[in-house]
Design a protein around this ligand. Structure first.
Ligand code: ATP
Ligand code: MG
Length: 458
């Protein structure tokens, strides 16, 4: 059972946590910050849930000490008011989230589950082959990434074949390594093979090996990667580029784990877990007969799609902060953050190269940066800004002109009228677009049908 440390000076609260969560988690309790810090060091809880106002050392101070000593610790703060300065401060100091008292049990359970899954996945992933690196984390708070974290958790325990899809630089390899890292095969090798990196003839012998004399120049028997990887995990990258002959061989391997070395007679059996990845649209390749349909289905037992960064903009800020922190350590810099202007630009930018591009921009920017915040002058974005970014600027200027007009007109009802006029306009336009279909209109506007009806009737 995962351990949760509950820190609150009120005994009643500590007791009720035990009652609510005791069946699902091991609940440890502390009555103050000092006890909490001590216990956290001893027990390494998966999660800390802590009250913000406690006598002596309050939650915020305790959080700071906890984060200093155990940077990866996940802390949820409890507050009495949802808008309290303290709660915002808590987030700034690295709390995972905060929850306001009193809360519903279900809300609490859901938050805890999410926090534990996320903290489990974003513990540093260190790799056998790239030892020496600081270890990479998968950062993400968007719901798309949280779903991916869940999926990683679900598939890592079994040997099921996974197909990871996503544009270049979205983190396919990172996710593949995370699956490996959380699997039972962690002590065995992880072997990446890029199907696009080698010509067909070489790729086949590289993967499956060959017998002596299999072809001119084959002076010795060669054991292929696949055999070397026995009991381990193979990361088959860019499978969309796999030549047809090798596709046929793979199919066999995935069906019954058997293959022949090139020019060999013996059937060799291996036990390899396959994680495949591609940035191509596999359905198209199958339709165009460039990829075998039977092989596609074998590879696609579980699929994980990583959306491009521009479709999960919630992640931009947290990845940016993570990278600044990471490169500060690497470059011996102490950059504290990024300017508001630059963050706005990041939020509007299209990121065609996804996280890898963001990484490059920050890396180069930090080398240039002479101040304590990264600014627009330090960074260069190679591509254009997203179109809906400028659309939203247009919207801003349109609305601001409308607000000016309304204010000029003045009068006691200026606020109410302004809002009402805009609301009516929005509803009428939406009705127009959907041909007066109320179900579609309410969906388009993101309001319930009842609300829509009451607005129309007004
Ligand atoms: N969510 C994330 N959090 C932190 N770092 C990330 C994240 N996603 C990607 N990265 C980093 O971005 C870089 C690119 O990721 P990765 O190599 O896994 O992408 P990829 O999808 O395999 O790209 P390609 O299709 O070009 O091979 C890596 O350095 C990786 O560590
Ligand atoms: Mg890759």
């Amino acid at each position: 059972m995962d351990k949760i440390l509950v820190v609150d000076d009120e005994e009643g609260i500590r007791y009720s946590f035990k009652k609510i969560l005791g069946n699902t988690y091991t609940i440890l309790t502390a009555a103050n910050g000092i006890e909490a810090i001590e216990l956290a060091g001893k027990e390494i809880p998966a999660l800390v849930i802590m009250d913000i106002s406690m006598p002596k050392m309050d939650g915020l101070e305790t959080l700071q000490v906890l984060k200093e000593r155990y940077p990866d610790i996940t802390v949820i703060i409890m507050t009495a008011h949802s808008t309290s300065e303290k709660a915002i401060n808590a987030m700034k100091h690295g709390a995972y989230d905060y929850i306001t008292k009193p809360f519903e049990n279900e809300q609490l359970m859901a938050l805890i589950e999410k926090a534990i899954i996320e903290s489990r996945i974003s513990t540093p992933v260190t790799f056998q082959e790239e030892a020496g690196g600081a270890g990479d984390k998968i950062i993400g708070r968007s719901s798309a990434m949280l779903d991916i974290f869940k999926k990683i958790g679900q598939v890592s325990g079994s040997d099921v074949t996974v197909l990871i899809t996503g544009e270049t630089g979205t983190g396919k390899e990172l996710i593949a390594r995370a699956i490996y890292h959380h699997s039972d095969r962690i002590k065995k090798p992880f072997l990446p093979v890029n199907c696009a990196a080698m010509p067909e003839a070489l790729l086949e012998s590289e993967l499956f090996g060959h017998e002596k004399g299999a072809f001119t120049g084959a002076d010795n028997r060669k054991i292929g990667r696949f055999e070397q990887c026995d009991t381990g995990t193979m990361f088959l990258d860019e499978i969309g580029e796999m030549p047809p002959q090798i596709q046929a061989k793979w199919l066999r391997v995935l069906q019954d784990g058997c293959f022949h070395r090139l020019g060999g007679k013996d059937l060799i059996k291996t036990d390899v877990r396959i994680i495949a990845a591609t940035n191509q649209d596999m359905h198209h390749l199958v339709e165009d007969k460039k990829f075998r349909e039977d092989l596609f289905w074998r590879l696609n037992v579980v699929s994980i799609h990583i959306p491009p960064l521009r479709e999960r903009r919630d992640d931009i800020e947290s990845i940016t902060h993570y990278l600044i922190h990471k490169y500060n350590a690497e470059y011996g810099k102490s950059i504290k953050g990024i300017s508001d202007d630059l963050m706005k630009t990041f939020m509007r930018y299209e990121w065609p190269g996804n996280v890898r591009e963001l990484q490059g921009v920050i890396q180069r920017g930090m080398v240039m940066c002479q101040k304590d915040h990264l600014s627009i002058d330090d960074c260069e974005l190679r591509d254009r800004i997203v179109s809906n970014g400028s659309e939203s600027q247009d919207l801003d200027s349109l609305l601001s002109a409308a607000a000016d007009l309304l204010l000029k007109k003045g009068g006691p009802g200026v606020y109410k009228d302004g809002i009402a006029v805009f609301e009516r306009m929005l509803i009428n336009k939406a009705l127009e677009k959907t041909g007066n279909n109320q179900v579609l209109t309410s969906r388009l506007l993101g309001i319930s049908r009842n609300t829509l009806r009451s607005k129309i009737d007004n």
